[in-house]
Design a protein around this ligand. Sequence first.
Ligand SMILES: Nc1ncnc2c1ncn2[C@@H]1O[C@H](COP(=O)(O)OP(=O)(O)OP(=O)(O)O)[C@@H](O)[C@H]1O
Length: 304
Amino acid sequence: MSDDNDGSGALEAAGLGKKYRRGWALRDVTFRLPAGRICAMVGPNGSGKSTLLALAADLLTPTTGTLRIFGEAPSAPTTRERIAYVAQEKPLYPRFSVADTLRMGASLNPHWDQTAAERVVDEAEVPLSTRIGSLSGGRRTCVALAVALGKRARLLLLDEPMSDQDPVRRRRMMGVLMAEAAERGTTVVISTHVLAELDGVCDYLLLIGDGRIRLAGDSEAIQSAHRLITGARDGSGIDAHTVVERRTTGRQLTALVRPTSPVGDDWIVREPSLEEVLLGYLRSPEAPPLVTASARPVAEDGAP
Ligand SMILES: Nc1ncnc2c1ncn2[C@@H]1O[C@H](COP(=O)(O)OP(=O)(O)OP(=O)(O)O)[C@@H](O)[C@H]1O
């Protein structure tokens, strides 16, 4: 039996692949997410984010490889108690009121936390007496998040939970979510396209492209592994480094690189923001992947 503190990751994938009838959605995905981290999962449309979350929620079966949650299979009864999953569709009973929905959550979950669930609903300004069917899409999402937090899961899997929130509510909901997660040491995986809001919220990052891992690891380690350099258009010496993206404007060349040695004095050098790093990789699908030390599996035993 594994627990959060025994060194096994909250989520650990080894050679994980998923093939649908029309082709591979995920291929050879190997990474480790340590417990207690807030992980943002980003990637273009159709890159495999929802597929990875659905595999973790045991709604899909892998075609290849393995996925472990706190050391157990997604189908293990202990795992089901430990995770809460909010899908993009948010299936809730439209005839139920918000209060009924939370009552149902309480009856289905032995560790139910009504205070946490009501805090989310309050923050979203959703009256408990309102029927789910009459709520806007964004408010319905807030109720789904309330149910997920009320479950007191150790791992929260959230598939683009903020996509239908207005900017003000998005910040408030993220605030509540992160405060709850920090209080309990909950591990969170949140898929999103809103890069600007990741800085300072997520301490872990997964970038998926075309079904494969392109970046995985500590946000800080990923960020500090990169430099934005600007210099003369001919870019002499740049190929000594791992070049993620290069762009020229007029006589200048600007490049996002992973330096392999100190960058020469003829370049203006600065550390990019996390958003700049992500955008660089999103614009350059061929850039070499980076998996930092904390995202590498401790043992390769589970590999296929
Ligand atoms: N049930 C399914 N049957 C067949 N193909 C599927 C199914 N679900 C997803 N796919 C395909 O698998 C690939 C990955 O899809 P997935 O939904 O996991 O991507 P995503 O990164 O979550 O996309 P988005 O950002 O648009 O939500 C896509 O090519 C998609 O068309």
